[in-house]
Design a protein around this ligand. Sequence first.
Ligand code: ADP
Ligand code: MG
Length: 360
Amino acid sequence: MSEEHKLSMSIDIEKLTKTYDSFAALDDVSLSIKSGEFLSLLGSSGSGKTTLLMALAGFVRPDAGSIRFGGREMIFEPPHKRDVGMMFQSYALFPHMNVFQNVAYPLKLRGYKRADIRQRVEQALATVELDHLIERGITEMSGGQRQRIALARAIVFEPKILLMDEPLSALDKRLRETMQLELRRLHERLGMTVVYVTHDQREALTMSDRIAVMSKGRIRQIDTPVNLYERPANRFIAEFVGESSCLPITLQGGQALFQGRALRGANAAGGLKNPSLVVRPEKLQFVPAEASDYNLLRGHVADVIFQGESQLVQIDLGEGMSVAIRRPTNSSEGNRLPARGDAVVLGLHVQDTLLVGDDQ
Ligand code: ADP
Ligand code: MG
């Protein structure tokens, strides 16, 4: 792993289509990934993430479209000529081989010389901090260690592109969160282009430079974590990324109203299909009845849920609508928490007032 040489490659995907019988697993997918970028494909199960990753790796042959690495067409290149490292949810390590042999495997496949192999394997294992276990058997390793070995194997031949398909989903929460930060640091250090598949929106927000949200074989929005969270393009994204309630609004002469009052600071609702107000639990505050700078939502406390570091207060807004508001447990008003049934006024800052429409 020569750290002076940050080697990476751009990926340009154009109008990629893959159908199984008449079912479109990929439906006209176009996406450009910058050289050195960490891009996540985020979507629920069956949305086409793995199919797209396998098309990049060369294990799935698309029906139509183009995949270029560094400007060069890859569609007809076999997997071993694509210079991509891969890591999967199941470690896919060889149980009958020891750590060294597992990590050396891709190098042997590519015809590296024996001495070169030894040195590169040692370096890759040092990168994942397992060089002291080089002669151990795979079955003696914990889940976290196995995942690191799989990572060492994916990067040992210094691929310019690293593809990862839910690599952490078999690990428990604590280890998963540690590995998320480790993978991020590794990417910063080695600088290869990463395409990372996950169904976990928090993981995608934590790790990525940009996130492409997929559903039904299509990319619904692609943006930075902050923009995706703060400016979801539509209701589907607003509800999929982070917690949110989408509250139906009414329109009067182009003006958006909620509970009969004009929403200040809102984006234009014209052109939105079934426009609704996006409300996230941490954007709401309990406010006095006439707070300036806030749009007000009036309701009654339905429930107060203790969640450790925070409390989630469920508010019934009438007409079948409800929202949740999140407050830190150590809040100074902690002792004056509203009780079930209390009438409350919630403030949503005008700058946080966002309307979205249904996905068209
Ligand atoms: P994800 O990784 O987002 O869960 P996949 O890319 O694995 O989704 O699958 C997308 C859709 O394509 C799913 O509905 C899946 O059943 C279908 N699919 C994937 N591979 C095949 C295959 N080899 N044959 C038939 N259908 C497939
Ligand atoms: Mg998958």
